[in-house]
Design a protein around this ligand. Structure first.
Ligand SMILES: NC(=O)c1ccc[n+]([C@@H]2O[C@H](COP(=O)([O-])OP(=O)(O)OC[C@H]3O[C@@H](n4cnc5c(N)ncnc54)[C@H](O)[C@@H]3O)[C@@H](O)[C@H]2O)c1
Length: 673
């Protein structure tokens, strides 16, 4: 076609003319299950045309049947042939091609998200959370890399659900990349339209840091889990602020991408953990990393071992190879006392393989997903219903159960259990069990502005990470009587971070911090880069932050003024970060809880040692945290009001937060009763 010649000539950034060889899938690397294909004949044709848009016409005849095959067998067109051979991993930044540091730094982040050791299904570009992808297909991956190599300080790369729409002129003060994932127009923000769009290859599920290119392996959630478990113990079992979880038992499920952090976190908090996992490869990975200390296959053995360690007040993380429902069934039958209980199966997508029903092995689950979806759904519903009954019994006996942000309670409701709802009918008034944000993370961390701040040493040198750990520790400490307990927990966390061997993939670190802490740490790091003490740093955070995410079942679950159905905060957070010149800014639909249930965003900021970056740190990081605190304060959250008052008093920069007047409850009661 003549027009294709013109099109090819009109682009200088495009896929190579050479067709890459199809390479073998490496034995032992996890593969995604088949995704549901909801397209009719015409739509299948459309999906093929959509994928072939990346490819020169001369290869269409060869690739059209290959892509059709992928679509029919995998439910998606991944373009496997375009995946570079071997392992992909975040290399030292200077080994990448590029016209600016940001262009190279972003490539490090993308490649880290696809590392065999880091990613859940590396061949399907899935980083974590069952369906969270870096981009939709390998053609996009190649093209994004080419754009990042070409990117200059005067351009911005725009990526819409994995598709790089192009480079556009901007300015050195603008972000170098702006990403969005899975955003849908309200009327179409539902499962049916979503599935069609993703099968057509026009949208992407970015989870949070998968499509935001800021994932740092399961370490990212170890610190949050450590905080959550410690504070759950303090809240429900009166453990002193300066004490830990020794002698307490935590039971949960999932040793996957994020859930894999649970064993390590309970160990660091000095408690005893049993984590159930149906996929042996996951247990094995966590065991090899030292994140679980023992693998057992029998509930008797699991609970006996746990008791032994609880008696001697020692810590241990036990991986139970089996279904969580079997484990809990045994605990209920034998009246075993479980102190803390949760679940981290991928319940945001239970019917796509995220939740393995009782009675099926992991392998049988994969098989039945392919052959009999209706039966699979029935088994999931039965299993979730029974799972709920077991939890209820344990809670009646004194266990503290909390939902761990995986839509577990919503999945139970969808399985047909109305009793999970506070009003016995629908989730509008919330669920009978608290979410970890409602009870713990929200009031004790988010409302003060603490959240999952993180950094990656772009040099790839471990010694840089050790230097940054020390510098961060000095910024938080020394621990004085006036420090908040959060700072004390964080101080001990960072002091032992290297010893705890948390790194999987790039040399990265997570450290929950508030606005003041983040700014002082970031300025210190930038100074160290300036002085040549360390190489450049990519700074960022999880979207799971005080202002990063609007999600009524999770991050904004402790917003009680009725505004938790709105998504203004996350959107403003994103826009404000763009305006203040963060390097990479992102906004997503979905996140940890599923499409239509959350809007979330994040950022990346390259510390190059410049004065300009000092200015961005002061303005943008302050906004990023305090936008969230302001909204939480406006929702009348006590700790956020305290933080906002202090900020207005102490802030010399130019921020000013609107703080709510509180109304006497009796006045309102008298009027409405
Ligand atoms: N709490 C948070 O902050 C947070 C953050 C990110 C994601 N999430 C959510 O947590 C969930 C887990 O995330 P992930 O990245 O670990 O996902 P994942 O899919 O990598 O891991 C889940 C694991 O659960 C196992 N599993 C499924 N059903 C099981 C069963 N019945 N018994 C035992 N094991 C079972 C699976 O084999 C899998 O390994 C997701 O829904 C995700 O969205 C929570």
């Amino acid at each position: 076609m003549q027009i294709n010649l013109d099109i090819s000539k009109a682009m200088v950034i495009k896929l190579d003319d050479e067709l890459p060889e199809m390479s073998e899938f490496k034995e032992g690397v996890r593969r995604a299950p088949k995704r549901e294909l909801v397209l009719n004949k015409e739509e299948i044709g459309l999906a093929l045309k959509n994928a072939l848009r990346y490819i020169p016409e001369k290869w269409h005849e060869k690739l059209a049947p290959e892509f059709l095959n992928e679509l029919l067998n995998e439910g998606r067109i991944y373009g496997y042939r375009f995946r570079p051979k071997g392992n992909i991993y975040g290399k030292p930044v200077n080994e990448y091609q590029g016209n600016c540091l940001a262009g190279k730094a972003i490539q490090v982040m993308i490649d880290n998200n696809l590392n065999f050791d880091v990613a859940l299904y590396p061949y399907e570009l899935t980083t974590y959370g069952e369906t969270g992808q870096v981009c939709q297909n390998w053609m996009q991956y190649r093209l994004i890399k080419k754009y990042l190599e070409a990117l200059t300080e005067n351009q911005t790369l725009v990526v819409e659900s994995g598709h790089p729409i192009g480079l556009f002129e901007s300015s050195p003060d603008a972000p170098r990349a702006i990403l969005t994932n899975g955003l849908l127009v309200g009327q179409y923000d539902n499962q049916e339209d979503w599935h069609k769009a993703i099968s057509l290859g026009v949208t992407n599920y970015g989870q949070m840091t998968a499509g935001g290119w800021m994932y740092i392996g399961p370490q990212g959630i170890v610190h949050g889990t450590y905080n959550t478990l410690l504070n759950a113990g303090r809240l429900k079992f009166n453990i002193a602020d300066e004490s830990d979880l020794s002698g307490y038992l935590f039971v949960s499920s999932g040793l996957g991408g994020m859930s894999g952090a649970q064993g390590k976190a309970v160990d660091i908090a000095n408690g005893v953990g049993i984590i159930a996992e149906v996929d042996y490869s996951r247990i094995h990975t966590r065991f090899n990393q030292g994140w679980i200390k023992k693998i057992v296959k029998d509930p008797v053995e699991a609970f006996d071992l746990a008791q032994e360690y609880m008696n001697k007040k020692d810590s241990i993380s036990i991986g139970f190879y089996g279904n969580i429902v079997d484990l809990l069934e045994y605990a209920v039958k034998k009246k075993i006392k479980i102190h803390l209980l949760s679940d981290q199966t991928s319940c945001h997508v239970p019917y796509e393989g995220g939740y393995c029903p009782q009675g099926l092995t992991f392998e049988e689950r994969t098989q039945i997903l392919r052959t009999d979806k209706a039966k699979f759904i029935k088994l999931v519903n039965q299993s979730l219903t029974h799972h709920f009954e077991l939890i209820k019994t344990l809670v009646d006996r004194g266990t503290y159960f909390f939902d761990y942000g995986n839509s577990f309670m919503k999945a139970i409701f969808d399985a047909g259990v109305k009793e999970i709802c506070k009003n016995g009918e629908n989730p509008n008034d919330g669920f009978v069990f608290p979410s970890y944000v409602e009870d713990i993370m929200g009031p004790l961390l988010f409302d003060y502005g603490y959240g999952p701040f993180r950094w990656v040493c772009l040099s790839g040198k471990h010694e840089d990470l050790v230097k940054t750990d020390k510098a961060a520790m000095n910024c938080i400490g020394p621990i004085g009587p006036n420090r908040r307990f959060q700072d004390r927990d964080n101080y001990f966390w960072i002091k032992d971070a290297d010893k705890n061997q948390l790194v999987v993939g790039t040399q990265a670190r997570i450290l929950y911090q508030d606005a003041v802490g983040r700014i002082s740490i970031a300025l210190k790091f930038n100074e160290m880069v300036r002085n040549g003490e360390i190489g450049p740093i990519m700074l960022g955070r999880d979207h799971h932050d005080p202002g990063g995410t609007d999600s009524p079942f999770r991050e904004t679950a402790n917003i009680k003024d009725g505004s938790n159905v709105t998504a203004d905060m996350a959107t403003q957070c994103f826009a404000g970060n763009v305006a203040r010149g963060m390097t990479m800014v992102t906004l997503h639909n979905g996140g940890g809880v599923g499409i239509g249930k959350a809007i979330n965003g994040g950022f990346g900021l390259v510390l190059d040692g410049s004065e300009k970056v000092d200015t961005i740190i002061k303005k943008a990081i302050s906004w990023d945290v305090l936008g969230g605190v302001a909204r939480r304060s406006w929702a009348r959250n006590e700790n956020a009001i305290e933080t906002a008052i202090n900020h207005n008093k102490e802030n010399k920069a130019g921020d000013h937060i609107t703080i709510p007047y509180l109304v006497n409850e009796d006045l309102i009661k008298k009027l409405i009763d």
